[in-house]
Design a protein around this ligand. Structure first.
Ligand SMILES: [Zn+2]
Ligand SMILES: [Zn+2]
Length: 311
């Protein structure tokens, strides 16, 4: 039916969905990593990219999307979804407000090339490929206001639900716990979840309680973390691993961090993670051919023992 690829882009997120007919959508792409997204689209046979969705304006989600759709040229024949979330809080003309400001202005200016094909990436917006449908569960207007007030794009992060037959997948952007709480009624339990914020901060209060609460809301079948081994934010948090450990959902990470291997820098783990969806079920697989041997060698892999027993 389709393959959903959680592309190894280091510290950032990029999800590529390609169905059996060559129709595709892309959710997020970090700066300087559009080549990885393009390679995955090519490898999976993505011919027509009908939607490019930016969950929020942080660079590790938004920074490479315009490069990607420009490289795709005519293969991108669909709509570009993004919000002027925190971008609105930053002057887009006038004096320079640093590199981040320049880059966000560039995003806005380049998005204008797609005039008529740009849409708000807001709660309730959705679309479909042939047998797959997707829908944004956030942000709503309140969440956009929060992001503007605090200057924090994560507060307005999109959460993307993808339904393929019996299989539910959730791509969590960097959405905070408050957003998951608000959208809980629309969130199916037992999904495959690309965990929000690379396993890092989702609440300003107790991190362990917040992560445990999110596991309770989602009751995920399996969890994917897209993380860079050399990230300086300490992602994923210990609290995430502890909450996952007590909940028990299967876990795979794109790259290893110091929580799993002492010299975590530069270490891939599963690499790109692919969920193959067929009429009779789904299967999660690591791109790294020696994945099981690799995590065994780490000494303290946090995905053990679940990852050595793929279903
Ligand atoms: Zn973010
Ligand atoms: Zn992020």
């Amino acid at each position: 039916m389709a393959t959903i690829s959680f592309v190894d882009v280091g510290q950032g997120d990029c999800t590529v969905v390609v169905d059996d007919y060559g129709d595709a959508l892309v959710i997020d792409c970090p700066r300087n990593r559009h080549g990885a997204a393009l390679a995955e689209l090519d490898a999976r046979g993505g011919q027509r990219i009908g939607a490019a969705i930016i969950t929020h304006s942080d660079e590790d989600h938004s920074g490479g999307m315009l490069d990607l759709i420009e490289a795709l040229s005519d293969r991108f024949d669909g709509l570009l979804f993004f919000n002027c979330d925190s971008v609105l809080a930053m002057p887009v003309i006038g004096p320079d407000h640093g590199i981040a400001g320049k880059r966000r202005r560039a995003l806005i200016n380049r998005a204008r090339e797609y005039r008529g094909r740009v849409r708000d990436a807001r709660s309730g917006v959705g679309g479909s490929l042939n047998e797959i449908h997707w829908k944004l569960l956030s942000p709503n207007v309140d969440e956009l206001l929060d992001a503007l007030a605090d200057g924090d794009p994560n507060l307005a992060s999109g959460i993307v639900f993808i339904g393929a037959g019996e299989i539910d997948v959730i791509v969590g952007g960097d959405a905070p716990l408050a957003t998951w709480e608000r959208a809980a009624g629309e969130i199916p339990e037992g999904a495959t979840v690309r965990w929000p914020h690379h396993g890092g901060r989702i609440s300003s209060s107790n991190h362990l309680q917040a992560q445990e609460r999110l596991f309770d809301i989602l009751n995920p079948k399996q969890v994917i973390v897209s993380v860079g081994s050399s990230n300086t934010h300490d992602h994923p948090f210990r609290a995430f691993f502890d909450a996952r450990g007590s909940h028990g959902a299967k876990l795979m990470c794109t790259e290893a961090t110091k929580k799993c291997v002492a010299d975590g820098v530069g270490r891939p783990c599963a690499g790109t993670i692919r969920l193959g969806i067929h009429s009779n079920g789904s299967r999660l697989e690591a791109d790294a051919p020696d994945f099981l041997a690799r995590i065994s060698s780490f000494g303290n892999a946090q995905c053990m023992p679940d990852a050595v027993d793929p279903d």
